[in-house]
Ligand binder design. Sequence first.
Ligand code: 8YV
Length: 330
Amino acid sequence: MPTPKKRPLVIVTRKLPDPIETRMMELFDTRLNIADKPMGQAELIEAVKAADVLVPTITDKIDGAVLAHAGPNFRLIANFGTGVDHIDLAAARQRGITVTNTPGVLTEDTADMTMALILAVPRRLVAGASALRDGSWEGWSPTWMLGQRIWGKRLGIIGMGRIGQAVARRAKAFGLSIHYHNRKRVHESIEQELEATYWESLDQMLARMDIISVNCPHTPATFHLLSSRRLDLLPPHAYVVNTARGEVIDENALVRKLRKGEIAGAGLDVFEHEPAVNPKLLELGNVILLPHMGSATLEGRIDMGEKVLINIKTFADGHAPPDRVIAGLL
Ligand code: 8YV
């Protein structure tokens, strides 16, 4: 009789939804983090030394120094999340470690949050709600709490992948005309559906937009893509919304522009040095700041967990997992 295959040791760095943790326990030899205390570098090193599989999140910096301690059995990083900019992919590749992520399942939730900010910043939703709560509302007035109209404005989307397209679909329904900049032009049928205008030159697009939405991943090529020079190209009535990664915008330059009133406002769900938020941003009135909530729905988190389970199980069974970012050794 063949000896049954040993179950892989899976170390999960944060608390995941209950049904996912339960299934993880059923399928693998799993170590959970019930207390949900983020792991420090020393704990991450211990984890990669011992585990076959690590399930990290954006809060874990899996850099070269951590991966240098990878034990002989450490073969898979099954990331709980789509963005993998917290993982040193080159170091993983070099060590033959497979990296998977959870694409697709957080597209609609993130696009909803992006659209919410596109509406909320120009229409001053948070300022209005706060005025009501703090008692400063004295009743309706024809000239009080006026924002900017959404309908008929131009939206420039930076990054026309799954999330960018989902934002465009929503924005079109709100009467925004869709413009985009992307490494590659999207298929003609998508451009037609969205009535989207492609700008090969980001600089040229920025100068003509009313609202900018950042929807591209953070990579070495997109770090500070919205640099001080590029932010200067925006017209003074423009708004900037970012639900992707803080690092795509030079945050200090953005603060300077907002402070001087050289752009109208910003809606930010992500920050350059999370969880730290630039204190200068907190002083500004023309911004809405959210604590990285773009994909924070119960359904989304369960779907993400299901993807992680499928990636690990497929890998453990000797097959190529579906959501490979880096294909290591099987
Ligand atoms: C996730 C995200 O919740 O998936 C991503 O890339 O930015 C978030 O919405 C987070 O990364 C989980 O690790």
